[in-house]
Structure formats: C-alpha cells, structure tokens
Design a protein around this ligand. Sequence first.
Ligand code: AMP
Length: 279
Amino acid sequence: MKIFTTRFEIEKYLLLRRNAGIAIGFVPTMGALHQGHLSLISLAGQRNDEIVCSIFVNPTQFNDPKDLEKYPRTIEADIKLLEQAGCDVLFNPPVNEIYDGNDQWHLDIGETEFLLEGKFRPGHYQGVTQVVYKLFSIVKPDEAFFGQKDYQQFLVISKMVNHFNMPVKLVMCPIMREADGLAMSSRNVHLNTNDRLHSLVLSRTLNWIKENFRINDIPRLKKEAERMIGAEEDVELDYFEIADGETLHPATESSKKIVALVAAKVGKTRLIDNIMLRP
Ligand code: AMP
C-alpha cells in the first residue's frame, strides 16, 4: 500500500493512474478502523481498479473539543488492517495539509444540516461538507463509499455533490454490526462493560420498530420506542425519529423511503444507529 501525507504527492500519483484509465474507489474515514470501514474498502475494490482510503480526524466537524481530543487514533493498526484488506493507497494528511486556517466558508445545502443530528451537533455538517469537498477535489474518485450508519451524512454529501455537479458516484453501504446487534463504531471503544450492555437497547428498539412497523401507527411506535430507550439505565435519548428517507421530516404514507433513526448517550459516549423500514 502506498501512503501519502501531502496533497501534492497523492495528486501527482493519482493523476498518472487516472490517465492510465484506472477507476478509483474512495473510502474517507477518520481511522480507528473496524469491520464497518473494511466492508466499504471491500465494496470499493469489487467495483473499482484502485482503492484509496483516507484517514483524517477532521477537526471542523467536532462541535465538542473534548470529543475531538479523545477520538481514538490507532494509525499503526489501521495501516495493517488496510494492507490486509487490499487497500492500494492511504492518504493520511496532517491538519495543516487540509486547512490553512482560513476555512470559514460554509456551503448552504438547505435544511438537512439542521435536522436531527444537526440540532444536537451544531456546525457538524458544515465540517463534513468542507472536508469531503476538499478530499473529493484531491482524490477525484469515480466512486465514493459511505456507510448507512451515518444516514444523514449520506444525504448531506449527496446534496453537496448535486449542488456542484461533482463527477462522482456515491455508494451507500450496509451497517456492519457486532454479533449482538450493536452497530460498529470507532467510538464503541469508549463503552465500559456496563455501557456496552445498555447500548443494545438501540438496535433492539430499531429491530422492534421494523418488526411492528405499520404506516398508520407511526406516532404510537415512536412513543413506544422513546419509552423503551428512556427506560434503559444510563442511556439518555437525544432523538428517535421515523423519518422520510429523503427529507428526514416525519414519514408520511407517500414517503418513498422510510428510515428510523436514533441518537443517544450511553454513559458518556454518544451513539447513533438507524434501520430502513421502507427501503
Ligand atoms: P468514520 O471513520 O466514523 O468517519 O466512518 C467512515 C465511514 O465508515 C463512514 O462512511 C461511515 O458511515 C462508515 N461506517 C462507520 N461505521 C460503520 C458501520 N458500522 N457499518 C458500515 N459503515 C460504517
């Protein structure tokens, strides 16, 4: 695997590859890699000639400086995992390679950035669009792979790509879970044994909603889900929503896609998860 830390070097290398007609599949991450990330790498490899992964803990998407500080960083283990997974190129830049200190710009992608996660993490999606815009303009991938785990993020990035007519195809990949249902996340390392047990209420509730889903029953289901999560010890619910998969407003009968989304603090760790109810 080739490892680049500067824009100049990776751009030079990828220009040659692109000119040779190589299709580039890109997987942006913040590192502390797990099977969820590796499933994106694997799909990128099935559909492209060359896999590029980035590891960059993006400071502008953290609204809480403590969260940024304690974000897990495991670059050596990550490099091993990427090599085993057949990744061709890793881009692992320092912060000043991406930001020169003058990045006050903000892309208006409409209300999506203010709903759900946006309410609880002000500015988060501004940071996400900034960094993904920059990474896309450096890597210029044919396809980019994102997890359904961050469902709203996928919508936000889709809006950005449409807005700029960026020549990249976005691919949404399924959520990878631990055997007991917990959605894999780099943040799960912060869960202690007690938290780990209580965290299961999220996937359990989402599954219950899926099994019992009836379009006319949404208010009752939502209430019951809130009750189930609220009753779990050491779990503090931020939101539970049964939403239209395109607008993220409460779902209606005419919603083409419907998704249930949840965010909660389990102990001190904030987790998100979701499940498609009408794919
Ligand atoms: P992150 O490193 O958390 O920014 O995640 C990088 C990419 O991996 C994002 O597109 C995430 O949606 C995706 N991802 C994170 N966790 C999972 C998971 N459990 N299953 C599938 N994809 C995931």
